[in-house]
Write a protein that binds this ligand. Sequence first.
Ligand code: CAA
Length: 283
Amino acid sequence: MKTVGVVGCGLMGSGIAQVSAMAGLTTWVREVDQPTLDKGLGRIRKFLDDGVAKGKVTAESRDETLGRLKGTTELQDFATCDLVIEAVVESMDAKRQVFSTLDRIVPASTVLASNTSSLSITEIASTASRPERVLGLHFFNPVPLMKLVEVIRALPTSDAAFDAARGFVERLGKTAVVAKDTPGFVVNRLLVPYLLDAVRIYESGVASKEDIDNGMKLGCGYPMGPLTLLDFVGLDTTYSIANIMFEEFKLPQYAAPPLLKRMVLAGYLGRKSGRGFYDYSMT
Ligand code: CAA
């Protein structure tokens, strides 16, 4: 594997493109327009600059990584990619559109992966003329720091595509967890009910948000409390994942609490909107 393509340069796509380029691979990353692309590439540059300032990345490695990154607004530039990872919005229509376009552009040998956290990989694969080359590669935020990638086999995924994707994860220096194509895979299947329960506890007045967060941070050694983590992941993202999981399983633990829905409707989406459970307007 020499060349990788990443569709989307948002929070996840920029992180995936960064770790791919850091692993020595020529990495194309595509956004819908130049300002959005510039913003995503700027996020990568800042992360690498911060890494240099912290002594975690050498200036030489930063420059080489940036040299391997190629931004574009055209999927046509992915024609030489050995692996393409889609990291666009969590919408089946948007993902199906990307996969059907990629299907016409990339060679037959190219592996196509989705970074979806909850949508069905098998449904995404059904758009492709070669569904056997489609699978899931689910990364975690912040991608450059989190060591896990879930590798998801859709029903038609071939051994060759699966092995190539797993080899890519190893090349990134990350650990692969293999999961079946079910909503939430392993991590979100466990994480989402926990986050929703934290909102339910807060909503019912059991404890303050600070005490709920400190409870799990100091009592269980989690790096972030659940409400801080919800702000970090995005309330809208969690709400959408919960809805997809509830739709599939029809179990109460996946039902979004009324407060979460109302916060999303109010635009309190977490860090990215400046306000969630906590206020980030000054940061
Ligand atoms: N370049 C290189 N290294 C960097 C860096 C940079 N720009 N910035 C930070 N680091 C390093 C630090 O030097 C530090 O390294 P050491 O451990 O060797 O000292 C490490 O990364 C941690 O950084 P910080 O000390 O600055 O920050 P922190 O200790 O507060 O940790 C965090 C930040 C990693 C985000 C931590 O809070 C954490 O793990 N939070 C939980 C995140 C999580 O759960 N993510 C998953 C969300 S779910 C998801 O993504 C999936 C989904 O589908 C919803």
